[in-house]
Design a protein around this ligand. Sequence first.
Ligand code: 5GP
Length: 177
Amino acid sequence: MAYFEETVEVMVTAEQIQKRVAELGAQITADYKGKDLTLVGIMKGSIFFLTDLARHVDLPCTIELMGVSSYQGGTETTGEVRVTHDVTKPMHGRHVLLVEDIVDTGLTMRFLLDNMAARGPASVKVATLLEKPSRAKVKIPLDYKGFTIEDRFVVGYGLDYGEKYRNLPFVGVMRTD
Ligand code: 5GP
């Protein structure tokens, strides 16, 4: 990982991520015992978190993917979100756990929670690897959270910069020096 470590400053190590993901998986396993759980990963950023987390959920859950894209108003997100890929099964009556990479302003997650609620699931909760609370525009209840981070643009473990750097095993900040 020499190239990555030269270009990206590590913020959350691969070991810290793996340990925390295992803890979240154990918590989810305990909370959803006996329930019909569906993990809905939000593409593309959550895919690494989703697959690692799912392997720590010791329950017969199903896995779905949803893709969303935010409309940009200048450089800031306007909060208007478009579904680019939908789940393949009805969510009605299921216990849905939305799995996201990062909750920043919270606008994307607000949209996803409303969108899911309209489908009549038994419950909807949120699991996010990262949260940037200093940027929050709306309050989102985060049921399972990996790490709280400061307001820096991060890459790795699913998070991209121009579609690259998703495959870093850690989360970090691009070096500018
Ligand atoms: P929100 O709607 O909460 O403002 O933003 C959600 C989306 O913005 C995330 O799913 C992610 O795709 C993107 N995002 C927010 N902060 C970062 C960041 O620090 N790094 C990267 N790569 N994407 C981010």
